[in-house]
Design a protein around this ligand. Sequence first.
Ligand SMILES: [Fe+2]
Length: 438
Amino acid sequence: MSVPDLNSGALAPVLDEIEMTALKVTGEIPEALNGALLRNGPNPYSGRSEGSDVLSWWPEAAMLHSVQFADGEAQAYRNRWVRSHAWARYQNIEDISEFVETNPNVNILRHGGTTYAMAEGGVPLAVNSDLGTEGARALGAMTAHPKVDPVTGELFWFRADWNQPWLLYGEVDAQGQSQRELEIEVAGPGMMHDMAITASHSILMDLSVGYDFSLLQKGVRMPICWQEGRPSRLCLVPRGSGEVIWVEIEPCFIQHVINAYDIAGSKIVFDVVRYPWYLKFDMATTEFKANPLGVPWRYVIDIEAGTATETQLDDRRVELPRINESRTGRPYEYHYSVAQPSNTEMRGVLKYDLKTGHAECHDIDPGDSNSEPVFVPATSRADSAEDAGWVLVCVYRAATDTSEVRILDAHRIADAPLAVVDLGRRIPAGFHGAWIPA
Ligand SMILES: [Fe+2]
């Protein structure tokens, strides 16, 4: 699974922290776009990535980027490394006791009035609107993809660890107070990245990728791989209280959830991006095989029978699916995903209409690449059309080695952007982003 070069192109780290105002804009930024697009991803302090595979890049230091919008203008861009324990050590700060040992380089999440930089299994850190780090708050170590119920404001999380307990699950109220924490028994430590909620259940995924510590002797920095014979199972946790239910599915790996919701007959619709296998380690070459690409996939889970049927929703290869988050855990019609025309490309923004099965694509030029699309609702009214709003996407332009933020009309995603903010500088590819309303 070699990556040509982690130090050139879209993945290449940036060397410094900057702030820019008076950004160059083409087109008209919607007046109602009032807030900031935040991005998160690995960016080594030295400005150079070591190693030559994606598993070496994943654990690098968290860097945040923000582009601020108000009054029809793109007002400022800034980037900051998260002030963690590791950052303080790199700066040779003598007293590092006020810094937290965590590397929240994966996601951004707003909960209980606080914006968090999220880690994979570590403590989330609160960040302010200037990307300053404000330390740990109410949330403990957890996945980078907890889910917030848009109706109740509750947050649902899990923590998968290679140390016992291998799997913890928790529920937090809208104010950030823990309401429930329970250990879920699994056969061994597994790779779990995302989860889902419905109005009635949380869904965790114990799939066929797990820890194999013998890989450490083969020079692999993160010893996780596909495990033939390890079953793939969904874990349904009734929200509030109740016993968990396990549902076996065909062996697979799922990095990201699209959404889930309850339907009549005590059934659940659970949509994901599914891989037939993932991270197969070849003992002969001591390298990972090139992963297959993921496709949109639907499970319909019968809670009482403890079974699931599964259907491929489309044959286009996609990743990093997002929705209008006022529909998280509820019936929904649209998702926005990154197209993957080949194993080495993230290029194109697809808008899927699940009612018609049709998808439209905002094309990105060959050689360029794009981030996860972030949906920004035009209004906070929950009764408004689900796709009333904009899709914000960072596009890396290879010819100039710079990034731009494209503002797309979510109704007409294939059209030319409403506006393009030319940053004149690269935002490295990174992982996830979020819209933080002003
Ligand atoms: Fe993720």
